[in-house]
Design a protein around this ligand. Structure first.
Ligand SMILES: NC(=O)c1ccc[n+]([C@@H]2O[C@H](COP(=O)([O-])OP(=O)(O)OC[C@H]3O[C@@H](n4cnc5c(N)ncnc54)[C@H](OP(=O)(O)O)[C@@H]3O)[C@@H](O)[C@H]2O)c1
Length: 270
């Protein structure tokens, strides 16, 4: 499926024709970058895997005739974030999608603390720094700007067996909700996209066995369509079903349900 012309026209009129997607080498970021390229946006795409980034960049040029700038870097390192911001500073990027992130799972007492700290560096600190940079740049532009943050359905309650990952997404959700109100007067739209389970590289790296899941392609169009329209989106039917079915429970009840769900996802670890 393609983005409708009406949506593309609205997005280009409001935000111009440059977008940035972090974590574009696989999964959700790749699907978002591909849909934007197909719609004629020029792109900055990032990731650590240089070969994947370069071939995606070539594909975007060959198939959609758009310019795309691949920037390789480990965004859990502040120096890499600094250099990404420096390298893109001359561009007028209207849509910034801060998607790069990863998960961990299992008992926190047994976790590798360096990996957990690295998760906070990538999922929270890098997003904080990039949001600060881009909202300051966007507020001085004559047209609007948009920042999309990748939250998750795990953001809405504590998550036993993925406590640090859940907390990192709760940070993103809360940060985005606050910024959405604060930045509206500057013409900056914030969208927190909070998917349920999605089939991507995520589960392998997080060491989770997720059951039913959405495809990145299923949620890319709803996320892009929601830019400038909503501040939080639960993309895909499965996400809505899972989040709404928990909604009537008290917070402690949701935590118990998430414990069961994540217990299932991590059963193989026992
Ligand atoms: N999959 C799900 O069930 C799900 C659900 C809700 C939210 N999310 C969120 O969606 C986002 C995308 O995840 P995904 O499911 O698409 O997973 P994915 O397929 O593993 O993609 C993650 C992307 O982030 C990049 N990345 C990872 N570590 C990085 C680092 N240190 N520096 C720079 N880039 C890095 C990866 O590129 P390289 O490997 O090339 O660096 C890759 O392009 C994440 O923020 C995740 O938390 C995922």
């Amino acid at each position: 499926m393609k983005l409708k012309n009406k949506t593309v026209d609205r997005l280009k009129k409001d935000y111009g024709n440059w977008a940035l997607v972090t974590g574009a080498t696989s999964g959700i970021g790749k699907a978002l970058a591909t849909k934007l390229a197909e719609a004629g946006f020029n792109l900055v795409i990032t990731g650590r895997r240089e070969t994947q980034l370069n071939s995606l960049s070539t594909e975007f040029f060959d198939q959609y005739n758009v310019e795309s700038i691949p920037i390789v870097g480990d965004l859990s390192r502040k120096e890499a974030v600094d250099s990404l911001l420096e390298e893109t500073n001359h561009l007028s990027i209207g849509i910034v999608i801060l998607n790069a992130g990863f998960g961990t799972s299992g008992k926190f007492v047994n976790s590798d603390i360096q990996n957990e700290l690295n998760l906070v560096d990538l999922n929270c600190k890098a997003v904080l720094q990039m949001s600060h940079h881009f909202c300051n740049k966007m507020k001085d532009e004559t047209r609007k700007g948009a920042i999309v943050l990748l939250s998750s359905m795990v953001a809405f309650q504590g998550v036993p067996n993925a406590a640090n990952y859940g907390a990192s997404k709760a940070y993103i959700q809360s940060f985005g909700e606050g910024l959405a109100r604060e930045l509206k007067p500057f013409g900056i739209d914030i969208l927190c996209a909070a998917p349920g389970p999605v089939k991507s590289g995520f589960a392998d790296r997080a060491n989770m066995n997720m059951g039913m899941s959405l495809l990145p392609e299923d949620i890319a169009i709803p996320i892009i369509k929601a830019i400038g329209k909503k501040s939080t989106l639960l993309p895909g039917f499965l996400t809505k079903f899972l989040v709404y079915s928990l909604r009537l429970l008290p917070r402690w009840g949701k935590i118990r349900v998430m414990e069961k769900v994540m217990g299932g996802f991590t059963k193989h670890q026992k």
